[in-house]
Design a binder for this molecule. Structure first.
Ligand code: FRU
Length: 478
């Protein structure tokens, strides 16, 4: 207990010391969850219980680098106003001393149960992994119960990220794993009481179910039913870029399929990327009392550019995406910003039936935190171009959608592009240094960080088209 409170005190001091730096940072985020100090990565333990949304997150409060992760903890009654709670898990036990890695939360018998991966490295940097449990009566203070599942035969210690749910009268856990042949898999374990877990085996993986070689490790799996289909979200590492696909270092995507909980088998279709931007990884989903399936992702990536982000000067890095509801539409997973975000809408500018001619530029200004809604009165048939804050360029031409941003050093630009049959609408969420673009009502999404100059507020639109445009200033809350 003493050790835990000393650690928390250290975090509180760090957060307090950093407060002014973050407040003065023009790139800090207004309405996204970000770390008050240090590095944030995966969302963890997403759960709604008794009127409270809990968002835990991978957190290194002391450095803007990856390391011994704790579980940070934000709570909210409305998905808009968030409060930082004490860290829920800190890496202070022999079985998690090098990090309380990602995992999930379930309620049982009125107590919140967190499942997470205890990451341990020995003097020779060799890794061990333990799937651990921690329990709480009040959803704030957690008591560790230690490992509940050990590494099964046939797997390397890259075995982590337990996501737990109830299926009939048993509990299931899905984990990301690397088998002894160096292939990524999603594997299952089951339990009757949340304490004794039995390993079952893989339900999907590289080289399984008709998949070709598909990565050396799968991280952060999540399996859930939506509209009578079973969706497996997973983050494969080690896919080569292929045309427009898999351009980021690691991928986050999903399979649509059918899970048979009697035979523990999963038949599925092709892997589809969840997001076409630069910064999206390790998403997790949960349901709330309205029955909504809500997804939150990490708006970041563990890659070479990570350490070039300018916020590092102010001792923080990365953020989570806005919460998005999931729905199936024609076999595709559709993501839409949760309706609560409308509460952020402040001053609005609106133009209806704007008609642009070729070579005419429409100019407006957008506050650093804005929502932009563009509805095309008929789908765009020529070229559409939009430039935001002199940094970001969005374009659509010949059935291809492109997002371009300046590289973080400002020296050049880089782009992500993908095929899109028609363009009928765009809903764009800008925060000071992030953009989330929902295309055609969420049929496709592109999420990115960008770091425009503080006073650049120009929005320019070019093309030959008719559209309605609304632009709201958003009022920060996170
Ligand atoms: C994904 C991940 C997880 C791991 C966590 C560590 O970003 O690598 O697999 O549990 O981050 O912070």
């Amino acid at each position: 207990m003493f050790q835990k409170s000393a650690f928390q005190k250290h975090i509180d001091e760090k957060v307090e010391d950093n407060r002014r730096l973050v407040e003065a940072d023009p790139h800090r985020l207004d309405y996204h969850l970000m770390p008050p100090a240090g590095l944030l990565n995966d969302p963890n333990g997403l759960i709604y219980h008794q009127g409270v949304y809990h968002v835990f997150f991978q957190w290194n409060p002391f450095e803007t680098a990856h390391g011994k992760k704790a579980w940070g903890h934000y709570v909210s009654a409305d998905l808009i106003n968030w409060t930082l709670e004490p860290a829920a898990l800190i890496p202070d036990a022999w079985y998690d001393k090098n990090g309380c890695y990602s995992g999930s939360a379930v309620m049982h018998d009125g107590r919140m149960h967190l499942f997470y991966t205890g990451n341990v490295k020995d003097e020779g940097d060799r890794r061990s992994t333990y799937q651990c449990l921690a329990v709480s009566e009040d959803g704030v203070d957690f008591e560790k119960k230690g490992p509940v599942l050990h590494l099964p035969d046939g797997y390397t210690p890259h075995f982590r990220d337990p996501k737990v749910w109830k299926e009939g009268d048993r509990w299931l856990m899905i984990l990301g794993a690397q088998n002894m042949h160096g292939k990524g898999e999603a594997v299952l374990a089951s339990s009757n009481d949340l304490t004794d877990w039995e390993f079952i085996g893989p339900i999907a993986g590289s080289g399984m179910n008709g998949l070709p070689d598909f990565g050396y490790m799968w991280e952060c799996p999540d399996l859930f039913t939506l509209d009578s289909k079973d969706i497996l979200i997973v983050c494969p590492q080690g896919l080569e870029a292929e045309g427009d696909d898999y351009p980021n270092l690691f991928q986050a995507g999903y399979f649509v399929g059918d899970f048979d909980s009697v035979t523990n088998t999963y038949m599925h279709g092709d892997f589809v990327e969840l997001d076409r931007g630069f910064d999206f990884y390790a998403p997790q989903t949960f349901t709330d009392d309205d029955g909504r399936r809500i997804l939150i992702g990490w708006m970041g990536m563990t890659d070479d550019q990570e350490q070039d982000q300018p916020t590092i000067r102010n001792n923080w890095i990365h953020a989570l995406t806005i919460p998005r509801t999931l729905e199936m539409r024609d076999g595709v997973l559709v993501q839409q910003p949760v309706a609560e975000l409308r509460q952020l809408r402040g001053k609005r500018k609106h133009y209806s039936q704007l008609a642009l001619e070729k070579d005419v530029v429409f100019r407006e200004v957008a506050a650093p935190s804005s929502e932009i809604l563009l509805e095309f009165n008929r789908p765009v048939d020529g070229r559409f171009e939009m430039e935001i804050r002199n940094d970001l360029k969005i374009s659509y031409m010949d059935g291809r959608f492109t997002v371009q941003r300046k590289t973080f050093d400002g020296a050049s630009s880089e782009q992500r592009t993908f095929a899109l049959d028609t363009l009928s609408g765009l809903q764009i969420f800008l925060d000071r240094s992030s953009v989330e673009i929902f295309i055609n009502g969420g049929e496709a999404v592109a999420t990115s960080r960008y770091f425009p100059a503080e006073n650049d507020d120009a929005v320019e639109i070019r093309g030959h088209m008719h559209f309605d445009l609304s632009l709201w200033e958003l009022e920060g809350s996170a």
